[in-house]
Design a protein around this ligand. Structure first.
Ligand code: NAD
Length: 352
């Protein structure tokens, strides 16, 4: 199921579809595509950011590939029908509790990072963020009026053991296929919910004797990510800490336009999307970088369709295109060839 969404969403999804069609032909995958609206586009058409009929179609699809949602046109709407609600709803309704965000620095782009080349060259971190619990969903929540007449905002940070265990398992399983190191990030010195988080991770680690488990407070993790990011292999953390740390990790790689993500449920189904937003400032100009979405399509093939060969072929083709010196504006540097969204997509297809 394709959900292009808003802003640059339709432009980058079109390129990812071209690439999927190319691997479909090459590996005889027999992919079938369906397309629906989400976010602001769905609000304009149906009055809601995610129509029930769209949600039902997503439930029956093997995987969902999304562009991005949101934009200034819908910023003034009531928070209950904002474009982002569509995204939160689909994650929640499909039970997509595990967000995988790789932060990989292609050696060709090492100079685009805000950190020194030697600190980031060869960086390959996987952040595993819990996505359907924690303070973003905890009840009670709201803004209430106190007796004093002052307003008070409040949210609830909650995690049940099973929520911690299932995201922990994702992290340990991923680590088994990588460098066998898990860093669990919490704030166990202040928040009881994360004392439990730490205990559950510790207990779970007994099932994975080959994986080294380390615990780190979130403030230290933020510092270590910009001090010596290559010390990490897999980082596992809750919804809010993961939101913040994965954006920091994203910037280590130079451009948010290069980073894919996967949100996985229990049965292997998943939603795949670039880490970046709808970039309304550059929408419609064919200058957006489609590679994050193309790499998200590769993750879709790997994790939801078990087509690792096709996924690898896409990842290799992206590397080849970077070797050829082709760059969208966000990753452009002197001496390279600046190309449009469509040209970059075409180049990946040609490299395949
Ligand atoms: P953004 O990621 O859309 O843009 C931040 C900056 O990065 C902008 O300068 C943009 O031009 C640039 N950028 C982003 N993607 C790019 C790409 N593929 N190629 C080249 N440059 C790219 O974040 P924002 O500006 O904070 O948010 C814009 C809108 O997107 C808001 O409505 C926000 O709510 C929404 N948003 C949606 C998602 C999502 O759908 N998952 C995530 C984040 C933000």
């Amino acid at each position: 199921m394709l959900l292009p969404g808003d802003g640059i969403g339709p432009e980058i999804i079109a390129e990812a579809v071209k690439v999927l069609e190319a691997v479909d032909k090459k590996f005889k995958l027999r992919l079938k595509f369906d397309e629906e609206l989400i976010g602001g586009a769905a609000i304009d058409a149906h009055g809601v950011p995610l129509a029930n009929a769209t949600l039902e179609k997503c439930r029956t699809a093997d995987a969902v590939l999304m562009g991005s949602v949101g934009g200034p046109k819908w910023d003034g709407l009531d928070s209950s029908i904002r474009p982002e609600k569509g995204l939160l709803k689909i994650r929640y309704e499909l039970g997509l509790f595990g967000n995988l965000r790789p932060a990989i620095l292609y050696p060709q782009l090492a100079d685009a990072s805000s950190l020194k080349r030697e600190l980031v060259a060869g960086l390959d971190i996987l952040i595993v963020r819990e996505l359907t619990g924690g303070i973003y969903f905890g009840e009670p929540r709201g803004i209430r009026l106190l007796e004093s007449g002052e307003r008070q905002g409040y949210n609830t940070y909650v995690y049940a053991e099973h929520e911690i265990e299932r995201i922990g398992r994702v992290a340990f399983e991923m680590a088994m296929k990588r460098n066998k190191k898990v860093c669990s990030v919490d704030k166990a010195n202040v928040l009881e919910a994360t004392v439990l988080w730490r205990e559950v991770m510790q207990a779970l680690s007994k099932d994975y004797p080959d994986v080294e488990l380390l615990h780190m407070y979130v403030d230290n993790a933020a510092m270590q990510l910009v001090r010596a990011p290559k010390q990490f292999d897999v980082i596992v953390t809750g919804n809010m800490f993961g939101d913040i740390l994965s954006d920091t990790a994203a910037m280590l790689t130079g451009s948010i336009g290069m980073l894919p993500s996967a949100s996985l449920g229990k049965d292997g189904r998943g939603l795949y999307e670039p880490v970046h937003g709808s970039a309304p400032d550059i929408a419609g100009q064919s200058i957006a970088n489609p590679l994050a979405t193309i790499l998200s399509a590769a993750m879709l093939l790997r994790y939801s369709l078990s087509e690792a060969r096709a996924a690898q072929a896409i990842e290799k083709a992206v590397g080849k295109v970077l070797d050829q010196g082709l760059r969208s504006a966000d990753i452009y540097s002197e001496g390279m060839s600046k190309v449009s969204t469509v040209e970059l997509g075409d180049a990946v297809v040609a490299a395949l």
